[in-house]
Ligand binder design. Structure first.
Ligand code: GTP
Ligand code: SPV
Ligand code: MN
Length: 588
C-alpha cells in the first residue's frame, strides 16, 4: 500500500496533470542534470530559468531572470486560512479554508500540463535535531527545485522521518501562468499545508522558507510552546575566545544578512554565523533560550553587498562547496560573464540590466530586490555549532528597523516584558522586498508583521508566556542603523561599524558597563562605546541618542493606532507598558 506521501503526491498529480513526475533525491549528479535542463529551458521555453556564468569569478554560478512582474513577495495575495477570521487577526489577509481551497484548487486544475511535477522531500533543521521538521514540496519550477536544494536539506531522510504520519508538512506550488491576477499564497496552518500559485519568487515559492518556517511554524510554536522568528543567529567571539550568542530581528531588507556575517572593526573580535533569516527558538531544560537555523542557505539581497560592506558574503559567493550559487535579477557584465549590482563600484561597459537589455544610466542595473541563493556551507565564518542539533544558547536579542528618526542607535530594555513591549512597537520604513509603497513607516512587531501565521495579539501573549518559563532570560535591545542627519544622509556609517554596538551589547550582557536610565529604556554612557578608528562630526554621536518629545508623541500615537486594530487581544501587560511610556514621554 502506498505511504501517506505517495498518496498525497498521487492526488496532487491527478489535480495538476503533469506529463511527468520526478522525485528529487538531492544528489550532486541530479542537481547538475537539473541545472542543465534549466539552461535548456532558458534557450527554448517561455519561462526563463538559468544562464551559466561559467567564466565568472563566481564558480558554479547561474543567473536567473524572473518575469518582470515577479520580483518580490506579494503580501496582498498572501492569506492565512483559519476557520475564524479573528484567529488570523488584522495582521493577515484571511479567507475561509474551504473557500480558499475551492478558489486555488480551480487554478491548480491542469496547471502542470506539458510540465514535470517535482517532488522535493526536505528537512527544516538538522535531521538529528529534536526541533527539525520533515516536509514535502511539490513544484513545477526547476529554479525552485535548485533553490530548495541550496536552502534546505533535501533527501530521503525526510520521507523516512514522515513514515506513516498523515499530517506532515505539505507545500503545493506551481508557477502557473505567472499572472498576478491568478497569484495566491494560501496557508492552512491546521493542516500544515501551503498552496502557492503564480509566482516563482523566493518567499512566495520556496515554501520551506517564510510560508512554512515562519507562518505555519509560528502557529505550531504557539501550540507547542516555542517561537519561530524572522531572526539571524550569530556568535560574537571576544579576545580570549569566549563566544556570546545573539539573535537579531529586522524587517526584510533591513540588514540581517549583513549583521549576521559582520567582520568586527576591532582586532580580537570575530563573528560566527549561524543564520541570516529564520530562527526556531525553544526553552531548554536549563531555563535558557536555545536557537537553531532551520535553513541551510542564504537568500540574500545583492545590491549593496561588496568587499567593503560584507567581505564574508563575497567570500561565500565565491566559495565552491557542493552546491551551485544562483543570482536572480542581478545585472550581467557580458565581457566577464559575471553578475553585477549597485555597490560593486563603477558599472562596467556594455552592462546588461536585470531584464537582459542594455543598461541605461540613471536606471537600476540590478533589480533593487535582486538576490543570491548560496549554500551556508560556503560561509568562511560559519559557526562550528551550526550543525549542532541542540542549537546555541542565547544571551541577547536585538530588534531593529529602518527609521530616519526617533529611534536611537541602541537601547536596552529593562526586562523581558519591557523588551517584548518595545519589540511589539517596532516600526520600519518599507523597502522593495515586498510589493507596495516604499519608504513609509509601518509597524512591524518583531519584524514578523508579514510572517506571523496567527493573530498578532495572541503572538505577543505567547512571547510573554515564553518569558515566564525562562530562568535566565536573554537581555533585549533595540537598534537603528538608519537614522538620518539634517542633510538626509545616514548619520551612522553602519555595516562593519555596527560591531561597535554589538560590543556594547555584549559588555552589558556581561555586566561590564553601566547604562543611563531614560523613559524609553537604558542608553549607553557614550564613553562606553568603542569609537577608536571612527571619527564622526562633532555632536553626531550625541545626536544618534537624542530623544525628541515631538517624535515620541507621534510614535506613541502610531503604536496606539496599531494596537487599536487588535482590540482586546493585546495583552494587559503591554497596555500597562504603554501607559508607563506615555508618562515618560510627557517628561522628555
Ligand atoms: P531579507 O533577506 O529581505 O530578510 O533582508 P536582510 O534583513 O537580510 O537585509 P540585508 O542585510 O540584505 O540588507 C538589505 C539592505 O540594507 C542592503 O542594501 C544593505 O546594503 C543595507 N544595509 C545593511 N546594513 C546596513 C547598515 O548598517 N546601514 C545602512 N545604511 N544600510 C545597511
Ligand atoms: C524577506 O523578504 O524577508 C526575505 C526574502 O528574506 S523572502 O524569502 O522572499 O521572504
Ligand atoms: Mn527575510
Amino acid at each position: 500500500m502506498a505511504n501517506p506521501v505517495e498518496r498525497w503526491v498521487e492526488e496532487q498529480a491527478r489535480l495538476t496533470k503533469p506529463d511527468k513526475v520526478h522525485w528529487v533525491q538531492g544528489t550532486r549528479e541530479e542537481l547538475e542534470l537539473l541545472v542543465e535542463e534549466g539552461i535548456r529551458q532558458e534557450k527554448t521555453g517561455p519561462h526563463h530559468t538559468f544562464r551559466a556564468l561559467a567564466s565568472s569569478p563566481y564558480p558554479d554560478a547561474f543567473l536567473h531572470r524572473s518575469h518582470p512582474n515577479d520580483v518580490a513577495r506579494t503580501e496582498q495575495l498572501t492569506f492565512v486560512c483559519l476557520p475564524k477570521k479573528e484567529d488570523a487577526g488584522p495582521n493577515n489577509n484571511w479567507m475561509d479554508p474551504a473557500e480558499a481551497k475551492g478558489l486555488i484548487g480551480g487554478l491548480f486544475d491542469g496547471c502542470m500540463k506539458g510540465r514535470t511535477l517535482y517532488v522535493i522531500p526536505y528537512m527544516m533543521g538538522h535531521p538529528q535535531s529534536p526541533y527539525a521538521k520533515p516536509c514535502i514540496q511539490i513544484t513545477d519550477s526547476i529554479y525552485v527545485v535548485v533553490s530548495m536544494c541550496i536552502m534546505t536539506r533535501v533527501g530521503q531522510e525526510a520521507i523516512r522521518r514522515i513514515g506513516a504520519q498523515e499530517n506532515f508538512v505539505r507545500g503545493l506550488h506551481s508557477i502557473g501562468e505567472l499572472d498576478p491576477a491568478k497569484r495566491f499564497i494560501m496557508h492552512f496552518p491546521q493542516e500544515h499545508l501551503v498552496m502557492s500559485i503564480g509566482s516563482g519568487y523566493g518567499g512566495n515559492a520556496l515554501l520551506g522558507k517564510k510560508c512554512f518556517s515562519l507562518r505555519i511554524a509560528s502557529y505550531l510554536g504557539e501550540q507547542e510552546g516555542w517561537l519561530a522568528e524572522h531572526m539571524i543567529i550569530m556568535g560574537l567571539e571576544e579576545p580570549g575566545g569566549e563566544i556570546t550568542y545573539l539573535l537579531g530581528a529586522f524587517p526584510s531588507a533591513c540588514g540581517k544578512t549583513n549583521l549576521a556575517m559582520i567582520e568586527p572593526v576591532f582586532p580580537g573580535y570575530k563573528v560566527h554565523t549561524l543564520g541570516d533569516d529564520i530562527a526556531w527558538i525553544n526553552v531548554g531544560p536549563d531555563g535558557r533560550l536555545w536557537a537553531i537555523n532551520p535553513e541551510s542557505g542564504f537568500f540574500g539581497v545583492a545590491p549593496g553587498t561588496s568587499d567593503k560592506t560584507n567581505p564574508n558574503m563575497m567570500r561565500t559567493l565565491k566559495g565552491d562547496k557542493f552546491f551551485p550559487t544562483l543570482f536572480t535579477n542581478t545585472a550581467l557584465d557580458p565581457a566577464t560573464n559575471s553578475p553585477w549590482w549597485e555597490g560593486l563600484g563603477e558599472p562596467p561597459q556594455g552592462l546588461l540590466d536585470w531584464q537582459g537589455g542594455p543598461w541605461q544610466a540613471g536606471k537600476p542595473a540590478a533589480h533593487p530586490n535582486s538576490r543570491f541563493t548560496v549554500s551556508i556551507y560556503n560561509c568562511p565564518n560559519l559557526s562550528k555549532e551550526y550543525d549542532n542539533p541542540k542549537g546555541v544558547p542565547i544571551s541577547g536579542i536585538i530588534f531593529g528597523g529602518r527609521r530616519s528618526n526617533t529611534i536611537p542607535l541602541v537601547c536596552e530594555a529593562t526586562d523581558w516584558e519591557h523588551g517584548v513591549f518595545r519589540a511589539s512597537t517596532n516600526g520600519s520604513e518599507t523597502t522593495t522586498a515586498a510589493g507596495g509603497p516604499l519608504g513609509v513607516v509601518r509597524r512591524d512587531p518583531m519584524a514578523m508583521l508579514p510572517f506571523a501565521g496567527y493573530n498578532m495579539g495572541d503572538y505577543f501573549a505567547h512571547w510573554l508566556a515564553v518569558g515566564q518559563r525562562l530562568t535566565q532570560p536573554p537581555k533585549i535591545f533595540t537598534v537603528n542603523w538608519f537614522r538620518k542627519d539634517a542633510d538626509g544622509g545616514f548619520a551612522w556609517p553602519g555595516f562593519r561599524d555596527n560591531s561597535r554596538v554589538l560590543k556594547w551589547i555584549v559588555d552589558r550582557i556581561k555586566g561590564r558597563v553601566g547604562a543611563r536610565s531614560t523613559p524609553i529604556g537604558l542608553l549607553p554612557e557614550l564613553q562606553d562605546l568603542e569609537m577608536k578608528g571612527l571619527s564622526l562630526p562633532p555632536g553626531r554621536l550625541e545626536s544618534l541618542f537624542s530623544l525628541e518629545r515631538g517624535e515620541w508623541e507621534k510614535e506613541l500615537a502610531e503604536v496606539e493606532e496599531f494596537y487599536g486594530k487588535f482590540g482586546g487581544r493585546i495583552p494587559q501587560a503591554l497596555r500597562g507598558q504603554m501607559e508607563k511610556l506615555k508618562a515618560g514621554v510627557a517628561r522628555l
